[in-house]
Design a protein around this ligand. Sequence first.
Ligand code: NAD
Length: 289
Amino acid sequence: MKIAFIGLGNMGGGMAANLVKAGHEVNAFDLSEDALAVAKGSGCETFSDARDAVQGVDAVVTMLPNGGIVKSVYTDNVIGHAPEGAVLLDCSTIDVTTAKEVTAAAESAGYDMVDAPVSGGIAAANGGTLTFMVGGTDKAFNRAEEVLNPMGKAVIHAGDAGAGQTAKICNNMLLAIHMIGTAEAMKMAEKLGLDPQKFYEISSQSSGYNWSLNDYTPMPGVGKQSPADNDYKGGFATALMLKDLRLAMEAAETADAAVPLGARAASLYEDFAGAGNGGLDFSAIIKTY
Ligand code: NAD
């Protein structure tokens, strides 16, 4: 298959390399010369114009920073420029409204399109072990699966257009809430004189168990190895968690959904990132307790 890949940053670089490894021909486009140089090293053919990159391809994959950029890339360079039979896959994390709008525009121009955001960070992008949550028609999903498989360990059809983005932001809102809850409970246990390791042993096998406590423990030296044991370096950056929480709050408003805990989590991460901690893993929020 011939695939255009637009947006070869931290995530896209490794994803495009995995498409090359799977035997696909990959046309790479990014605004950054450095990103293009890395893509070239991975075996992609590089282009200095996005419209040239999408000529004659069977699929277009995008992995871009935000909804505004996704919309302009599809409107200006993909729709009407890629061959009409191409399947379009946006793997960026963006707002649900823009995801639906871009898919509608693509569909009215005759393309199949999916929103296919990912769970898993840079290591999973490099290792081809991302989880894709996919929104789109059955036909678009079936066509997209072949493109996504070499980049992931799971490809799940979430529902219609926008359902992938919905799944992603609801999941990450829940993640923020249970991380904060875990941090709060661990620090309170410690302040009450309970050894945090004992709290971990008990709660991780009791009704308090959850992924943040059991698999990503925010306190150094307790539980499994996690970014807390590496000074909160690596992992899932606070700035990216904040981005997802802002998208979740925006979506909650459009759906008139009540999210009191999500809103509190968003404001706690807003303050934590604003204090210069955007680059730390999101579990570092425990430092505020
Ligand atoms: P990044 O900033 O490293 O990469 C984005 C790339 O897009 C950059 O190379 C940039 O030059 C390029 N770009 C920007 N505008 C462009 C344009 N108009 N045309 C072509 N290229 C353009 O970001 P990332 O960490 O790779 O994240 C990409 C997406 O994946 C985001 O939506 C992010 O929320 C999502 N995501 C990231 C992670 C993570 O751990 N980094 C995890 C899950 C999801």
